[in-house]
Design a protein around this ligand. Sequence first.
Ligand code: SLL
Length: 269
Amino acid sequence: MAPPSTLGKRVKGTQITRPFIYGSTARPFGPNNPKPDGIPDDHTHSWEVFVKGIDDTDIAYWCRRVQFKLHESIPNHVRMIEGQPGKPFLVKETGWGEFEIAIKLYYATESGEKPQTVYHHLRLHPYGRTEEEKEEMRGGTGEVRSWVYEEQVFNEPFESFYQVLTSGARPKSHPAAKGGKGGKGKNKPIPPLPSKPVNEVWERTAMLPAQSRPDLQFSHELQDLEIQKLKQAQDQAQRMCKKMLDGLKEKEAMLAKLKAENAAAASNS
Ligand code: SLL
């Protein structure tokens, strides 16, 4: 990391957020997923662990590389993956057991940020809070996904990093977004950012798609559903509180009445 003095000034009072996804996808070996030659007999699944942008947009402009620390039983268990524009940070493996993977993100040099680690439990078997949720996962292809939505917050970024973060927003389908040099249509003007959620996620933005798709559940639609669930839970908690408070008031009134009766009985005797 460059010493802070070379990084210039920070942009005060500013936060830049970048959503990303990390997690794993596992598939049991079987007719739909034949075991390749040379894989040990006791391996039951193929799996991958990854860090990537929403809708596979590029994150390599802020995340320089990712270290995945796998279980020590796996040969060469510390894997360093260097960022390539537009490509996910990905490790593919086969195995038999679940374990915790330490995922260490290294940021762009000009960010001056120290690396940060997130932990991910590799899931090979269907999981959920209820049997129903597990059963739902067992359906379909037998693929077990454990994906986490996360937001990277850059607080008061250095000026040059701020420039990197905030320049170059463009639709994924725009020729300038496809990399390469002097490609056809590269100089095509970039339209203004959409003012409300759309289904196409733009490069170099914090956008989420308007609607969920089978291959991408994280969206404004899901966010709204979560907000609704929270609101319902809050309403229910408030109703329960009110009910308890009403019950308490009733009991207090009863107590006061009994005390008064008791005092009256005592003074009469
Ligand atoms: C368990 N605590 O007992 C865990 C450990 C280890 C998984 C799981 C080895 C793969 C290989 C493998 O799958 N290890 O030999 O390459 O469930």
